[in-house]
Design a protein around this ligand. Sequence first.
Ligand code: ZN
Length: 625
Amino acid sequence: MSHLSGRYHEVIYRVQPANPETHLYEVELIIHGLPRAPLRFSLPAWIPGSYMIRDFARNLVRVGAADATGQSLALIKRDKQTWELVESLPSPKTPVHVRYQVFAWELSVRAAHLDTTHGYFNGPSLFLRVHGCDDRPCAIELVPPDGDDYSDWRVATSLNALNVSPAGFGTYAAADYLDLIDHPVEMGCFDRVSFEVRGVPHAMVISGRHWADEHRLASDLAQICEQHVLLFGELPIDRYLFLTTVAGEGYGGLEHRFSSSLLCSRDDLPKVGEQDPSEGYRRFLGLCSHEYFHLWNVKRIRPQALLEGGLDAEVHTRLLWAFEGITSYYDELALVRSGVIDTPAYLQLLAETITRVLRNPGRLVQTVAESSFDAWTKFYKQDENAPNAIVSYYGKGALVALALDLVIRRDTHGSRSLDDVMRALWERHGRTGVGVSERGVERLAAEVTGLDLGAFFGQALDSTDDLDLERLLSTVGIDMRLRPAKGPKDLGGWVATFDAPARDVDPPLSLAVRLKPGGPEVVIQNVLSGGAGERAGLAPGDVVIAVDGLRATAENFERLVAQGGLPKDASGPQQVRLHVFRRDELLELTAQPLPALADTCDLRLVETVSDDLARRRSTWLAGHA
Ligand code: ZN
């Protein structure tokens, strides 16, 4: 035993990616000064921020225990994730060593990955919790892989360094178990882009091949982070790390108190010399903005239910509309408030969010509070029926936040906004660590604004009525119009002027089905409830090979359906014949395409506005008067 056997840390984790080609982390857990028997260890079933049972213990292999002399100690497995030491030890002072391997082959922000190019892990994948020791400080020793091939590997993590080499291997400290598992770790060869926000060191670590304009990244990120600090009024951290993994394709993020993990596509990063942010870069900045906002909203302002819940099983809360939805609202709003994107680009993003929500009939079935409560089994386990059955607490939640912000601004004549509610949440719950009760956000919003928001919240959170965004956006000088989609790539967006209403043209005809992306085969992914495809008997997984006897491809499918459904004479709508493979059986179906729904949102700035309206609009978009 080395310096790690010091008195200060009774729980020590030693982690070595000894042979990265095996994708196995070697972990040794050393416990000094045992809690009262029986000694139990377990791995979390889920990781904070991602509301799905993942059963990280399934990746543990060769779990064994020994005393300090190497004499093995018998363990018994109590359930899928819990082990117990059977024998009582000669003295409670005898340290126990638990050794195990963790198979790490999931390249996501939620788990662990290890190969010869890098190692990445989240604590819930690696660190057994010692029951009864949750509140004790612990030490983590990170050991580099064996062999010269890895001599250039370095470590990036927001863990507190106690005694580490210039490369970052060595000993780190955590205040308790929850702190221990809140700092993902990256090891390998990566780039590091540093910048400061209010004098606090920040960095983005980028792993994977890329050609990003690092100066641009640093400058844009600093502006976005500053915007969030302005909103909350203070920056409650002394360091922050964006851990980014770059891949050919990929998207994801997970928040932590002092860092976040991001996964993005190579093409999303800004290229040197690029002027306006590309669509992909805007999305990436939105992701960074989202995870950074979480360092206040959900990591420090926390729902009571999650504070009390533990990580062994599902924890239910109806508040994800606030913790994910409000965060989703501000992640994009901060882009325009910080000047990283302009107003049309922001309205583009907002119109796309509105369109996404309107296109799922599930918004008329599930409330956003129910969506939050059932995140574990519905939002995180989406099946073919998901668009018909659920609403996203991200998308709808962001629209509820927008509507709430605009209602407050309208009804307080601009003297209050959602920004004030967020500051109050920070002061009341973030600074103090007091959890937010299930109705806490609603109550605080009413208190801060002096408004009776009962009817608003009743409709927005507990009913499936659509929000009246058209009316609310008009109070800040934004016109909104809904129309049928013009094609599969039409997501709605910002427009300089609306198309003239086409009086004599009927809306396009549609089967209301969604195709699996990628083509060229026409594979039905979802059949939307109440649509012509459902009535015709189309089902998820069907492969449509012909429409009216013509070969169907992903590219021509919608056109064939629209044309085939047009009346060929005055006798009324025609039917289309579909040839479809269901599994390996050929079916012939008849469908009567219906007019496409007006589910696509366009937004534009009202051109001639009063001074008052202009001021309200600029205050909202700038974040200050
Ligand atoms: Zn989030």
